[in-house]
Design a binder for this molecule. Structure first.
Ligand SMILES: *Cc1c(COP(=O)(O)O)cnc(C)c1O
Length: 200
């Protein structure tokens, strides 16, 4: 299991404190902020991009990120693939599945993801799924959301046996990561519980 410490809105000093304690995976959701931090912080940090990514900002993220967890459109996936080919890289990505009851959260539907899985990609490697549960205290809703994404990943692994390396499930945040582990999370993204409240 991989713990991504979500350091968005927190200063480099906070990251260095966690780094000194051995943490190496950090998550950021704004391209400019990720780039600025990556340039000054230790090179062995693995940055995960977890926010909405516009294709005109790829240059700020892809040179530095070990993984883009939040791919939420075909257009974005194709643009990352193209960047990877042009730059001689293969970028690890997760496809973000919309699982929350709220309309507002971004992400693919299951029907949108399926056709992407049998396409040939040269500049990206599809590593799995990412999802955000409904923002609620209702644990049964959170469990239903996590079950949906966990079941869908199992279906993909069964129906697309040639899809190599599709083994990651990124679910769980500060409020719900223990539940996410019960549903097979391989990555949890925890911010507030590590760094405290964010000041926007
Ligand atoms: C901010 C953020 C997190 C971390 O949220 P916390 O509740 O602070 O743990 C996780 N995932 C995504 C996509 C985020 O934007």
């Amino acid at each position: 299991m991989c713990l991504v410490a979500v350091s968005k809105f927190h200063p480099a000093e906070a990251i260095m404190e966690a780094y000194a304690a051995g943490q190496r995976f950090f998550g950021e959701n704004r391209p400019q902020e990720l780039m600025a931090k990556a340039k000054v912080l230790p090179g062995d940090i693995k940055w995960h991009f977890i926010g909405h990514l516009q294709t005109n900002k790829l240059k700020m993220v892809l040179p530095y990120a070990a993984m883009v967890e939040s791919v939420d459109s075909v257009h974005l996936l194709e643009a990352i693939d193209k960047w990877g080919v042009e730059n001689g890289r293969v970028i690890d990505v997760l496809l973000e599945l919309h699982i929350a009851a709220e309309e507002t959260k971004q992400g693919f539907s299951q029907e949108e993801i399926l056709p992407l899985l049998s396409r040939q990609w040269m500049g990206v490697r599809l590593r799995g799924l990412m999802g955000m549960a409904t923002n609620t205290d209702d644990e049964s809703q959170i469990r239903a959301d996590f079950k949906k994404i966990s079941d869908f990943k199992q279906l993909i692994n069964r129906d697309f046996p040639d899809l190599e390396g599709f083994d990651q499930l990124s679910i769980g945040m500060s409020g719900d990561w223990p539940i996410a582990l019960e549903y097979g999370a391989t990555i949890v993204r925890v911010g507030t519980a590590i760094f405290g409240e964010r000041v926007y």
